[in-house]
Design a protein around this ligand. Structure first.
Ligand SMILES: O=P(O)(O)O[C@H]1O[C@H](CO)[C@@H](O)[C@H]1O
Ligand SMILES: O=c1cc[nH]c(=O)[nH]1
Length: 218
């Protein structure tokens, strides 16, 4: 599940065999094909938790999807991370109100990756010689923050990067007994101001997507 529907198209065309487009609703493309002989779908999720929540909910509850792997981009919160680094999100803090609403504001629910998927992704990355950093991230409602000080504070607590979907994905998967994982490529570094080029993004996406697909079919 990439956020960008055109990335879904690129993944289907580049990595899947006999991929067929099953949905163009809202231009949020979805494709099903096979990867190493195993049926796999790739579905855009859009940007942000409200959009991604709809696709995750329906994939699980209406199409019996049991494994959801997000392949996205993120902004690094620490200067230690370089552009194009690949991250596996073990857990996802959020500033979204969705889970506060879910738990009446009484519980700070901790959305986490499925451990089996995370372990498999780490193994697959190691086998491919792809360096992958595992750790917690932030799923933010807003792309443009007016509180960079809070991002610095999160970094003090080990939070690696910010994106906009993972907390909802992990929560919905947990709720409906599916497995979920978020893999990310660092496209920006919020501390250094570096940004990767379109060409660089594409090259690193390939590594991240291969790890995701190898993990999905185990
Ligand atoms: O590259 P994708 O998967 O869209 O992910 C990141 O990019 C978008 C913001 O530019 C947000 O969706 C964020 O989570
Ligand atoms: O800075 C960034 C880069 C990608 N995605 C985000 O949400 N933030």
């Amino acid at each position: 599940m990439p956020g960008d529907p055109l990335r879904a198209k690129w993944i289907a065309e580049t990595f899947l065999t006999d991929a067929k487009c099953y949905s163009t609703v809202r231009n949020m493309f979805g494709f099903t094909g096979t990867y190493n002989g195993v049926p796999v779908s790739v579905q855009g999720s859009g940007m942000g938790m409200p959009s991604a929540s709809i696709y995750a909910h329906e994939l699980i509850n209406e199409y019996q999807a049991s494994t959801l792997i997000r392949v996205g981009t993120c902004g690094a919160l620490t200067a230690d991370l370089n552009l194009r680094d690949v991250i596996a999100a073990s857990g996802s803090s959020t500033d979204s109100n969705m889970n506060r609403f879910r738990f009446d504001g009484l519980i700070d629910y901790a959305p986490v990756a499925d451990f089996g998927l995370l372990r498999t992704a780490v193994e697959k990355a190691e086998q491919k010689g792809i360096e992958m950093t595992v750790g917690p991230i932030l799923a933010a409602d807003a792309f443009y923050t007016e509180r960079p000080d809070l991002y610095d504070r999160l970094a003090d607590y080990g939070v690696l990067a910010v994106e906009m979907e993972s907390a909802a994905l992990y929560t919905i998967a947990a709720r409906y007994k599916a497995k979920a994982l978020t893999l990310l490529t660092v496209s920006d570094n919020l501390k250094t101001g570096e940004q990767s080029s379109a060409q660089e993004r594409q090259e690193t996406f390939a590594q991240m997507v291969e790890v995701a697909l190898d993990t999905a079919i185990v």
